[in-house]
Write a protein that binds this ligand. Structure first.
Ligand SMILES: Nc1ncnc2c1ncn2[C@@H]1O[C@H](COP(=O)(O)OP(=O)(O)OP(=O)(O)O)[C@@H](O)[C@H]1O
Length: 879
């Protein structure tokens, strides 16, 4: 990104001769920070130059102008934003993944040329400013540090605004899943890993740093300095070089962007893959946990469950849903608290009313630690105290260990409260510069200056009255403006009465303006008092913030407790609203759901039909058949979401649910081209299926929807059969396998653990009715043509299709054609080393049938369908 204009020698007299001091400073700062878009304060504007100006013009549509880089007269591109509206431009830049450096003017313009300094760096992953952060989302910074071979990768992530600092190490092929789970806003990656990163990450803000940034020795030193320890042993990091390097690098970067110590970060947590239920990136998308396939949060699991009243609660709920726990006991504890809460549903409104008025003090705590907290934040923290006390009592009154702990963590330190009460005025302005923030009585000297400053009103009135009498000018007035300060105004008609000690300062059309020695002296004193009160207030405020930094950790703990309580209450409220039940857990490998529903779909349709799902070692793989639109995908998703909810600690949409251990939820649902990565529908399908086969274990819950449909019938069928077989025999995973290949229903006869179920539908000659009920056994028939009719395929085409169907069925009966018995060899169960059976050789007459089966009716337009049928009919006539 470095451009030609940064190739200069600052010691070259020729360079200095043709550059102004202002531009010289800019060039030096920009050369040191080429990756930042520099906003350079000049008077009331933040200006951008050269390629930054072109970029900001492109991204925000700002007008591009140019200025002369005198004395040489060379013109340079330039675009600026007014300083008062900086924040709104910053939000838009950061949302587009741009990192920004802000240069402020340093010094006093009265005392010579101004200096400029890079005072703030704002990057998408290091936001802490209230105006830039999204209320219900985290801004997460993540660093990747791959091993030399790239087979292992350490990832470390930091949420500056809440003080969360974590690290973990995974296999290279698991990286994409973890990135999808954590959802970083900005990634730091060593240059050597650029190619691999671009392969797995299609979009987002990725910052490639020179490899030397990832230096183990420096990283370790950074961490030890931060934690003020002599070893990393207490954090379990000793000897974990990959992780240490990732964590140290990220910390160093964060410190640099903030330009200050991060005193609220005093430990790091190693996260282990085994602690959470693994959900791969594709499944996360397919299950629409917090983002729908359309890209919004409406109609997602998070969207329906988020009744939280604090942004802290919403953020925690999203994190829970994205990282379900493997630990049944911990999930059970949460569900126990929801159960206890549900005994007090009549108080839910009261509880939420208390939560409603609690500010986002997790983020306020961080801003205290960074020294960027605003007066309004401190006032809202002070005012939150009574609510926190109340909430603490409420939580303690809920009879579970978890709730009592939350209650104990909530109250704010009384010393902090007393200090804030004494120090801050009742309604402070947002910014310190905008008025009085420090309360009266907090500092005697400040009170004195303010009295002097504020007395001007009565002093001026008295002086004006006296002057009227002395000069005998009844319409004499004392006024004030920014340029002249205080002045006496006399109309032209009265000029003859003006005394000699009046000094003329301005002549206007009908009036003359004067001052006097006394007025000047007064003004001097008044201005000094105002300036002194401002600077004293500034230093008192800085001292105050410094002295409350010690409370950061207890504030963060309290905020965490409030957020957890908010989530549990939200889950209880939803459970009550939608009649969800408490799940139970077992160590036995099973999944038993009675009357299960899809948590999102049940709210969008009137007559949702609940369904059961029983899986155990005798029922490991369920082949689900039935018509399109019958509800197969919804059923499978509902099972996965019930499992996910249970392991988040939530109640579940069912009449009863018992869950055995689950290590992963893996899904292959839906067909979407990943054109961005140049992959076809079938390639995406197979890539996802391959990833599942690599990861699935006997504790995994696997959903497979119509695997193999993206290729020719025999290929698809063979692949689907082989994948199903591998899942049940080798992986022994709990698998729901929806398919339109009826041949697969034969698996039940040959492989132990396979069972057939189907979605029911009633098909009369006039219409097809979907009953959405899951019943044991395979579907009795295929409903493709009936569904095509429903979809509006022209009657003539339907008639031809029915004719063809009959013909094919008759033909099949006559030839006594062997079934596609890929899976018929009952001796096969278990030996996966064995070679797959070759497909039975097909008769020539089968061509027609194959062609028909190969048709993907969903993908055909009516016209294409008609043309295909016409061809098939011709072919049939010829045979
Ligand atoms: N249990 C249910 N009760 C009521 N309606 C349901 C139920 N399950 C699904 N539906 C409705 O049926 C529609 C189709 O469901 P779904 O997409 O799961 O069918 P499908 O069998 O997977 O179809 P296809 O094979 O074409 O993908 C849903 O949009 C939903 O409105």
């Amino acid at each position: 990104m470095t451009s030609d204009y940064l190739n200069f020698d600052e010691n070259d007299p020729a360079f200095n001769a043709k550059t102004t001091p202002t531009m010289r400073q800019f060039l030096l700062i920009k050369r040191d920070n080429p990756h930042l878009l520099i906003l350079y304060r000049i008077g009331d504007f933040y200006e951008t130059f050269y390629d930054d100006a072109e970029r900001i013009h492109r991204l925000l549509g700002l007008t591009l102008t140019s200025r002369s880089n005198s004395p040489s007269g060379e013109r340079i591109p330039m675009a600026g934003v007014p300083f008062v509206t900086l924040d709104q431009y910053l939000v838009r830049l950061v949302n587009q993944g741009v990192s920004v450096g802000i240069c402020e003017q340093i010094g006093d313009p009265k005392k010579g040329p101004l200096n400029r300094k890079l005072t703030r760096i704002i990057t998408p992953g290091t936001l802490t400013d209230e105006n830039l952060l999204k209320e219900r989302n985290e801004s997460i910074l993540m660093a990747l540090n791959p091993s030399k071979k790239g087979d292992r990768v350490a990832l470390s992530w930091l949420i500056l605004s809440s003080g969360v600092f974590k690290v973990m190490e995974v296999n290279g092929n698991e990286l994409i899943n973890e990135i999808a789970r954590i959802g970083p806003s900005e990634l730091l990656v060593p240059e050597r890993f650029r190619e691999e990163t671009n392969r797995i990450i299609a979009s987002g803000s990725v910052n490639f740093l020179p490899d030397w940034n990832f230096d183990k020795i420096r990283a370790e030193k950074t961490l030890l300095n931060q934690f003020k320890t002599s070893t990393l042993l207490p954090f379990g990091l000793e000897g974990q070089d990959l992780q240490i390097t990732a964590a140290g690098t990220i910390l160093e970067y964060a410190v640099q962007t903030q330009g200050t110590e991060l005193s609220h970060i005093n430990h790091i947590v190693i996260e282990k893959k085994e602690e959470t239920v693994g959900i791969d990136a594709a499944s996360r998308k397919n299950l629409e946990i917090s983002q729908s396939l359309r890209g919004d949060s409406k109609n997602t699991l998070f969207g329906v469950l988020d009744h939280c009243k604090t942004p802290m609660g919403s953020r925690r709920l999203s994190s829970w849903l994205n990282s379900p726990l493997r630990d049944q006991k911990a999930a059970q504890e949460r569900a126990d608290t929801i159960e206890a809460l549900l005994e007090k549903t009549y108080l839910f409104d009261d509880y939420q009313n208390v939560l409603k008025i609690i500010p986002d003090f997790e983020r306020i705590a961080t801003r205290i630690a960074l020294g960027t907290v605003r007066p309004k934040d401190l006032a809202s923290l002070r005012d939150a105290l009574p609510s926190l006390e109340k909430l603490s009592d409420i939580a303690k009154g809920i009879d579970t260990a978890l709730s009592r702990t939350l209650g104990a963590d909530m109250p704010l330190n009384s010393e902090l409260h007393a200090l804030l009460q004494k120090a801050i005025v009742e309604y402070p302005p947002t910014f310190l510069r905008d008025g009085d923030v420090i309360a009266h009585g907090f500092n005697a000297e400040l009170d004195e200056y303010r009295a002097l400053r504020d007395n001007s009103g009565s002093y001026i009135m008295e002086y004006e009255a006296a002057e009227k009498v002395r000069t005998d000018i009844p319409n004499l007035r004392i006024e004030y403006n920014g340029k002249l300060g205080y002045f006496i105004e006399v109309t032209k008609a009265q000029l003859s009465k003006v005394p000699e000690d009046y000094l003329r300062v301005q002549t206007l059309k009908g009036t003359e303006r004067f001052t006097t020695q006394e007025l000047r002296e007064y003004q001097e004193k008044h201005i000094v008092a105002d300036e002194k009160s401002k600077s004293l207030q500034q230093s008192l405020y800085t001292e105050l913030v410094e002295s409350i930094k010690q409370f950061t950790q207890s504030l963060l703990l309290s905020a965490q407790a409030v957020s957890i309580f908010d989530v549990l209450l939200s889950l209880a409220l939803h459970a009550d609203l939608c009649r969800w039940v408490k799940p139970s857990f077992t160590k036995y490998p099973e999944l038993s759901i009675k009357g299960g529903r899809h948590p999102v779909v049940e709210n969008t349709i009137d007559n949702y039909v609940p369904n059961d799902c029983f899986m155990n070692p005798q029922r490991k793989l369920m082949i689900i058949t039935g018509p399109n639109m019958g509800g197969k995908s919804t059923y499978m998703r509902s099972v996965a979401l019930i499992a996910l909810l249970a392991y988040c600690g939530s109640y579940v949409p069912a009449e009863e649910a018992v869950l055995g251990p689950i290590d992963k939820i893996l899904t292959r649902i839906g067909a979407s081209d990943d054109l961005a990565k140049g992959l076809s529908t079938f390639m995406v399908e197979m890539t996802e299926a391959a990833a599942i086969l690599r990861q699935a274990t006997s504790e995994s819950l696997v959903l497979m929807d119509e695997v193999g449909r993206g290729t020719s019938t025999f290929d698809g069928l063979s692949l689907a059969g082989a994948i199903a077989e591998d899942l049940v025999i080798t992986r022994q995973s709990m698998t729901l396998f929806a398919t339109h290949y009826f041949e697969l229903t034969q698996l039940e006869k040959n492989i132990p653990g396979v069972v057939n179920v189907h979605v029911s539908a009633a098909d009369s000659s006039s219409r097809l009715v979907f009953l959405h009920e899951i019943l044991e056994g395979p579907a009795s028939k295929s409903y493709g043509i009936a569904v095509a009719k429903l979809a509006g395929i022209p009657k003539s085409v339907i008639r031809t299709a029915q004719k063809l169907q009959r013909m094919l069925e008759e033909k099949a009966a006559q030839t006594d054609e062997p079934q596609l018995d890929l899976f018929f060899d009952s001796g096969r169960g278990g030996n996966t080393e064995e070679k797959a059976e070759p497909l039975p050789e097909k008769e020539i007459g089968d061509e027609l049938r194959n062609s028909l089966l190969a048709l993907d009716l969903d993908e055909l337009s009516p016209k294409q369908a008609w043309e295909k049928l016409y061809k098939l009919q011709q072919q049939a006539k010829e045979e």
